[in-house]
Design a protein around this ligand. Structure first.
Ligand SMILES: [Fe+2]
Ligand SMILES: [Fe+2]
Length: 160
């Protein structure tokens, strides 16, 4: 049983339909990312040593998960010839670099705490979904609207 910390409990995120980008695999991955953020917040126990130990255990897995998610999005964007691909990929890449840098700083005992690291992660993930990921969703909807059935299940025949 994880002890909840009153300072971070209010930071927990619940999935909301407004986060949906209309593609099930992506929504599922975003849900996983939100779980990850919540899990990190739930491990803010006020004991620096315990927090650091936990962080070292999960951070590599977390970074790998983020990379898998980005690769999935990038594959779909390329396959559908989404024009915003370059700008989007740039954001993904700089985020991964940033997370790795912050994780190293945290592990080295610099500035960051588990709370501030997790807040940074949460803010980035939620903003990125709301702004950048919604852009390709709008694009998919536009493609779908050209189809007879109007469905989001897009095949290569729908991409021009
Ligand atoms: Fe995403
Ligand atoms: Fe993205």
């Amino acid at each position: 049983m994880v002890k909840h910390n009153a300072n971070t409990e209010s930071e927990l995120v619940s999935w909301h339909e407004s986060y949906s980008v209309g593609v099930k695999i992506i929504d599922d991955q975003h849900k996983e990312l939100i779980n990850l953020v919540n899990d990190l917040f739930n491990h803010v126990v006020g004991n620096e040593e315990a927090e650091r130990e936990y962080f070292q255990k999960v951070i590599h897995e977390a970074v790998n998960y983020v990379k898998v998610h980005f690769a999935t999005e990038e594959r779909i964007m390329l396959a559908t010839k989404f024009k915003g691909y370059d700008a989007h990929k740039k954001e993904h890449d700089s985020f991964v670099m940033n997370v790795i840098k912050n994780a190293k700083d945290y592990e080295a005992g610099k500035r960051l705490t588990l709370t501030s690291f997790t807040k940074f992660l949460k803010d980035w993930v939620l903003t990125h979904i709301a702004v950048m990921d919604k852009l390709y969703f709008d694009y998919f909807k536009k493609i779908a609207s050209r189809k007879q059935d109007g469905k989001l299940s897009i095949t290569s025949a729908d991409v021009k």
